[in-house]
Design a binder for this molecule. Structure first.
Ligand SMILES: [Zn+2]
Ligand SMILES: [Zn+2]
Length: 337
């Protein structure tokens, strides 16, 4: 089979490898069909990452076709089209047992700290796979993983139809959060500093878009939801925006943090106390795939608007280079097999 390996920083080679085989009774052989390029993949490709050893087969946003199942597999069958939940945890610690594998101290993301899906076939344990309707294309289904991040944030912030949500950042994840928040009926303001990205948000149903380089965001939020937004999500993930998010909330508001910025944010405790704010983190997703697949099947979330470009696996090097060079215009690049 073909496998695309990051052999050194900025260099992916498509090589021939032995096709993997089912070894355990709960394992499934999946023929990979479409895999998204994530911001994480771009970062690893461009700069490398301390916890990623090379060579590495990246790819964690994938869909495929079930070709073979172990004898104890019951949730999927041969011929099913499936998406993969890339959260790989120990499953034995107290956190995993309490139902939160995505924050297990030993958690790995498929295709990041372990080999992933930029290859013709993968073998994984059955509980990572979720079947989707044949009316959904493999390309659309490959968006399930980024959507699961948006749905997880909506869940963590307890966002509902009565909420006024501010999403800071109109990149891929910001747009997934937007769609998830619209999916539960909230009204949503999206801010960014790039007009092209904001146009995408408008297309996907944002009630208000704000270019914070040209307009005062605090004033725009006050107009959107007098007294402040009930939910503010920093979808960029840097400390100064976390600080700003706290200021944009109304009393009892919720602030979601999804970034991995190690620099401290300067948030005076009084700001949290006075408004009784809730600060929540959100990491990958926690059992959100059934909801995402349901929403994809129902057409409640629109994957087509997210897909900017598609490349065959042979052109994966070019796909990465083009996506980095055209960051402003590209929401999601897919690799197909
Ligand atoms: Zn991703
Ligand atoms: Zn664990």
């Amino acid at each position: 089979m073909r496998a695309a390996k990051l052999v050194e920083v900025q260099k992916i080679e498509v090589v021939e490898m032995e096709k993997p085989e089912i070894k355990k009774d709960n394992e499934v052989l999946v023929q990979v069909k479409a895999v998204g390029i994530c911001g994480t993949d771009l970062h690893i490709f461009h700069d490398g990452r301390a916890d990623v050893t090379l060579p590495r087969i990246m790819g964690h946003e994938l869909s495929g076709l079930v070709k073979e199942v172990g004898k104890n597999v019951t949730n999927v069958k041969v011929g099913d089209r499936v998406v993969l939940d890339p959260v790989f945890a120990c499953n034995t610690c107290d956190i995993c047992k309490s139902g939160h594998p995505n924050v297990c101290s030993d958690v790995k993301c498929y295709g990041v700290q372990m080999d992933g899906g930029y290859c013709d076939y993968i073998v994984v344990e059955d509980y990572h796979l979720y079947p989707f309707d044949p009316s959904i294309t493999y390309e659309q289904a490959a968006l399930a993983e980024p959507f699961s991040i948006g749905v997880n944030i909506v869940n963590r912030t307890m966002t509902s139809e009565s909420d006024a949500v501010v999403v800071i950042g109109s990149g891929t994840i910001g747009l997934c959060i937007l769609q998830a928040a619209k999916g539960v009926g909230a009204k949503v303001l999206v801010s960014d500093v790039v007009d092209e990205k904001l146009a995408k948000a408008k297309e996907m149903g944002a009630d208000v878009i704000v270019n914070s380089a040209k307009e005062n965001l605090a004033e725009a939020v006050e107009k959107f939801s007098p007294g402040g937004a009930s939910v503010v999500i920093d979808a960029v993930g840097i400390a100064p925006l976390t600080e700003q998010a706290v200021d944009l909330t109304c009393p009892t508001g919720r602030v979601a943090v999804i970034g991995f910025d190690a620099k401290p944010a300067q948030i005076p405790p009084v700001k949290i106390t006075k408004k009784e704010l809730t600060l929540v983190g959100s990491r990958m997703n926690c059992h959100q795939f059934p909801k995402v697949v349901e929403w994809l099947n129902e057409g409640k979330i629109n994957a087509d608007l997210m897909i900017s470009r598609t490349y065959p696996v042979e052109e994966i090097q070019k796909a990465f280079e083009d996506t980095i060079a055209n960051g402003k215009d590209i929401v999601k690049t897919l690799i197909t097999f």
